[in-house]
Write a protein that binds this ligand. Sequence first.
Ligand SMILES: NC(=O)C[C@H](N)C(=O)O
Length: 592
Amino acid sequence: MSHPFRLLARRYRRHPFPYRRCYSVRVPGDGGGEGQSFRDIRTVADLKEWQPERRVSDVQVCGWVRSVRKSSSVRFVDITDGSSMRPMQAVIDKSLAADIRPGAAVRLTGVWHSSASKLLSNVESQGDSLARRSPIAGIQTPAGHQPSSNNPGRSSEQASAASLPPSSSSISVQEGGASSTTVTSRGQTQASAMAELQVSQVEILGSSDPHTYPIQNKYQTPESLRAISHLRPRTPLNSTLLRLRSDAMAILTQFFFNEQFQQTHPPIITSSDCEGAGEAFTVKSGAPSEFFRDPKYLTVSSQLHLEALAQALGNVWTLSPTFRAEQSDTSRHLSEFYMLETEMSFVQDMDEVMDLAQKMLASLASGLSQRSAAQELEKHRLDSRDPAERLAFEDLVDIKELQQRWRGLMAPTRWPRVTYTEAIKILEPVAHMFEHKPVWGSGLQSEHEKYLAEKIGYDAASDALLPIFVTQYPRDIKAFYMLQSQSPPPQGQTVDCFDLLVPNLGELAGGSMREYRLAQLEDNMRLHGLEVPTHRKARSNDMGWYLDLRRWGCPPHGGFGLGFDRLLSYLTGVPNVRDVVPFPRHFERCDC
Ligand SMILES: NC(=O)C[C@H](N)C(=O)O
């Protein structure tokens, strides 16, 4: 007998939910039934990629006006819906375009001319027989737009498109915009034409006054854009960065899903400062009395809660907002950032934890390299002619270095691993280069981290910048939860931990094996000046719950935390981490 869910699923397949699309682009035939392939054209990015060999009528595009260029009879309007870095072009008769202004939200309807269709019509108009030989049905002509029998090769809508405003190809050639001739790698000349929408209907959905609209169609510095973070996503570079951010989340989610890690939601409001660095924000309600009875904090790391979850679910991960009240006003610090954290049960060897970090980052880089946001960032950097776009790209890290970073992330070899003690030995002879002297027992400064990453991480054979792991730091400068190393160096006691360092940026991730034995953990806490609760009190604010985890079935385990925003800034070459988050919060700034 079939399982009831299977029966339901079968019924659902037979009577699909009549769902209405919610996308910015509609092409005929997307209403279900016939013309399934057109359902895939949902955004401006899809439309620009689409290469029907014929013009397609009744195409509807919703988007925002980026710029308007004028000729005597038409307006060339650049439209974006946020799905691609560069806009698409709409050609609108002057009489229809009175309210088309930069910043306005519009719905445009008209005839879509893909570059393929424009090329083909050029060839046709030169008397070539190719068009007559081309099949017209199927993917070339949307459902309901079949060619009329007395005019093979042209649908009635296409025929009527002839009465629309003059084809931009004839206008824009004079305007220098829409058609050009390029030379292919084989030395053949080939016409290339810019796809465009010949607009017959304009609806203004949200007007805009270009005189007050703060986003201009020219270069604006990252600093000036940060002051208008609510409008900044409308700029081409920022919107592409935000798409890449979204891609990264999807790829990481898929990665952990494939690795059979459980995604979890640890709390944001917590009762303790996990890192013990005194950088936790306190949570207050408006009421005079403590809302939660005791002071509570915004989480500085989900690690402790992930440890609890890992002891029930096995391997777990999260990508959660994290908060630190660090008064560091640098290009690498945010007060609110996203940290990717993972915790693995039944792991005894820290190499396994580092291997996971490398595998995850390699998979992320390779996944992103197949997605449009990352591809556009690279491609448009190389082929950019627009002065505003070029200047925006010039703010980023040099493209050669960026490519070295990506090569390093995807390198097939294990990234270098050195101990803290070895790292100090590398730094000592060049101590004069640094503001802070490298000494065993003190933390590595960011200048040390950057030096190490460049020195050890550069692989000349592949011209790649490999991230490096620095392991086994002195116990006294690391957190209380870390496991003591089995064979420490003569200089002093160390813990099994690692920092992942990358050139230019320094620390990208940090992880450790956790102290899983109760008595040793209590010793560590005392050593770090933390109160050790003697017995578990209900509703107390202390670390009793964390010690409980060691009381019942605590296996050796470990994990790491990675600064997601820093990672994105590393991947994109955006020098300031404030420019890869939608709404940056940092020392003295939380604007909207
Ligand atoms: N989950 C981790 O290992 C991250 C670590 N708690 C940190 O904040 O650096």
